[in-house]
Every structure is written in C-alpha cells, then in structure tokens.
Write a protein that binds this ligand. Structure first.
Ligand SMILES: *Cc1c(COP(=O)(O)O)cnc(C)c1O
Length: 364
C-alpha cells in the first residue's frame, strides 16, 4: 500500500466544481485585489473564530510580523517564543528588529511550558508568542496570567490550529491578536499563499490593515511606511468555499487521530497527548521514537510517507548563529527535533489506510 504524507486529492475532488465556479466568478468580475471576496472572507473567518476583526494578508509570517509592528515592537525589545516551532515564529520577531527569546516546551504536549516563561521575562520583554503547535492550543490561561503580571501582549501563532479550542474558545480569540496561515498544507489552505490577522482590538485591526496596504488608510494617503501584504480575491474566494468544510475536515482528522491513539501499541513509540480543556485539530500527528531515523526509513520502505517537524531547532539554525546559542541550551527542543516523526494525517485517508499505518507501526 502507498500512503503519502499528505494528499489534497479527496479534499479537492469533493469541492472541485465549487472551487472552479468561485474562480470563474472572480475571473469574470475582473477585480483581483481588495474587493468583495476578501471583505466577505474576512467577515466569515472572524465569525468562525468568534472574534471581531479579521484582516487578510499575504501569508502567516506577515500576519505575525504586522501584529508585532502594529504593537510598536522593534529594536531593543524582546519577544518570548517557544524553542520548538517553525522558524516563521522567530523570523516575525527578528523582522521587527526585536530579539526572539526561546522558552522550552512541555515535551508531552509540544507546546510552550508556562512554568518556564517567567524566568525568560526581562525589562525588555514586550510580548509572548503562543504557538498552537501541531494543532493543539497552548495553555492560554497560564500564559495570559504572566502577560498581565508583566504587562505583555499575547500573540497567538495560530498557523497550525484553525478551529482548535481552549476551554470552548476558538484559537484567534485567545490572546490580544492572532496570526493565521493559509499555506496550502494547513488545515484551512489556499491554493497558494495567504494569511490573516484576527483580533478583538479595534485600534490594532485598523493599524494592521493600513500596515499591510502600504501604510495607507485611504487611497493615496499614507500614515505609515507600510508593507504590501494582502490576501487576493482569487484566494479569498477559494478560502470561502473551504471554510464551509473546515469543521468536517477537522472532525475526520480527529477520527484518524483517535484510531492512532487507541490502536498504536508499541513500547518504542510515544504518542502525542492532548492537555485537558483543549480540542486538537491535528494539523500534524507527531509521534516520538528514540530510533526515529530507523523508523522513518522503515515506514518509507513500506510505502508510508513521513515528515519531521522540525529536524533542526531554531537556535541551531545557521540563520540564527548571531544569537550564539550553543547546542544543549534547549534540551527539550533538541530532543523533539531528534525524535519527532510526523505520520500521515489528512482528510481523505481511508480506514484501510489508517489500519495499514497502525499495523506497520505496531510491527516495528
Ligand atoms: C506555516 C507556519 C507559519 C507561517 O505561515 P506562512 O503562511 O507559511 O508564512 C508560522 N508559524 C507556524 C507555526 C507555521 O506552521
């Protein structure tokens, strides 16, 4: 049996006619930037998150960067980020001129350990980036309590967690502002790049909207030296179709995850754990194994696609050699990098395919 790590085939097959009609509609309207589709998608996605404002932008990295910039974070400031996340979280901080300060995760949940955050707070700290890694929300009550104590902003990196909830509240509505990515492989993915800022903060929403549009509040009037980072009409039209299916797709991901959790029985494999009060959307199903590279080769040889999220932690990336952080500084992030393996998880996986993955993992 051949099971890719991810496939869009079934998902896109089911909505093909609607997607093509949505594209044709934009094509015939001949209006491609800042039109009705983006406006409607922004309303619909804000409603979906039960938040007040949504601002489409070019991608998830820009969403995070624009939020930080709008909050005035820059040179001389520090922002706390988890030591295990996609590099975009840290890059968004670096682009403002501020410094990312890493905090270790709880290994069983893969999310930032709230008990370690206070040690990293200095008089330069301005914000905490709460990443909902792999689709599970971070422990937001604890994070918010620290933020209140030290007067910090809480910014959600929600790039992997569209639709996940914490104590019944959706991501995007759990901090001061959230950045989402609509990269094609994300749970809600465009057919290209896309992103959004979601917030209840009206001032921030206005500022982000201007910053992503050349710093302009109305045509040819510029109040900031802004960026060009906009969601386009075609992607917004396609995202509107997909948003209507998101909960159903996330539900299927949860069914697959439940089978993995109940049926994978191998002492060498550590399964992911969902913390109390959370619903997970399983952007990634990340298992851990001391013999990870051997396991990966074995699965690949048996026709099962895999991935690693992420093979090199940010503090050991060449891009961040200026921070001068030696190996061993963040042992939990390093342990995750060395042992994590992501197994197939996508809408459209059949029960037989799930059974096959489980069978091969149990035979390892
Ligand atoms: C994908 C991702 C981003 C960046 O999103 P892009 O749309 O690719 O710019 C940021 N943070 C995390 C955790 C991600 O997974």
């Amino acid at each position: 049996m051949n099971i890719p790590f991810v496939s869009f085939e079934v998902m896109h097959g089911e909505i093909e006619e609607k997607m093509l009609a949505a594209f044709k509609n934009v094509y015939e309207k001949n209006w491609f930037i800042q039109g009705n589709e983006v406006e409607e998608f922004e309303k619909e996605f804000a409603d979906y998150c039960k938040a007040k404002y949504c601002i489409g932008c070019g991608n998830g990295l820009d969403a995070l960067f624009l939020i930080l910039k709008a909050y005035g974070i820059g040179e001389g400031d520090e922002v706390i980020v988890p030591s295990n996340t996609y590099i975009a979280t840290a890059l968004a901080v670096s682009y403002t001129g501020a410094k990312p300060v890493f905090v270790e995760p709880e290994i069983e949940y893969y999310n930032i350990n709230p008990a370690c955050i206070e040690d990293a707070v200095t008089d330069k700290t301005k914000a905490i980036m709460a990443v909902h890694l792999y689709g599970q929300p971070a422990k937001m009550d604890e994070i918010r309590a620290i933020a209140i104590k030290y007067n910090l902003k809480v910014i959600e990196d929600s790039a992997q967690a569209h639709g996940a909830t914490y104590k019944g509240i959706k991501t995007g509505n759990l901090g001061d502002a959230a950045g989402f990515s609509f990269y094609p492989g994300k749970n809600l993915g465009a057919l290209g790049d896309g992103g959004a800022i979601v917030t209840n903060d009206m001032e921030l929403a206005k500022k982000c909207r201007a910053l992503g549009n050349y710093g302009s509040d109305y045509k040819y009037h510029h109040i900031y030296k802004g960026n060009n980072s906009r969601l386009d009409e075609v992607q917004a039209a396609l995202l509107r179709i997909k948003l209507r299916e998101l909960d159903r797709w996330n539900k299927r991901r949860n069914e697959i995850a439940l089978r993995y959790i109940n049926e994978i029985k191998n002492d060498d494999i550590i399964l992911p754990v969902t913390a109390p009060d959370m619903t997970h959307v399983y952007h990634i199903f990340g298992i851990r194994c001391e013999r990870r590279d051997e396991l990966e080769k074995y699965l690949n040889n048996n026709g099962i696609g895999t991935n690693k999220h992420y093979p090199i932690p940010i503090h050991l990336q060449q891009a961040y050699e200026d921070l001068n952080i030696p190996e061993g500084t963040y042992p939990i992030a390093e342990a995750i990098s060395n042992t994590e393996l992501s197994i197939p998880m996508f809408y459209g996986m059949t029960e037989d395919e799930v059974s096959y993955v489980i069978e091969k993992l149990n035979e390892f």
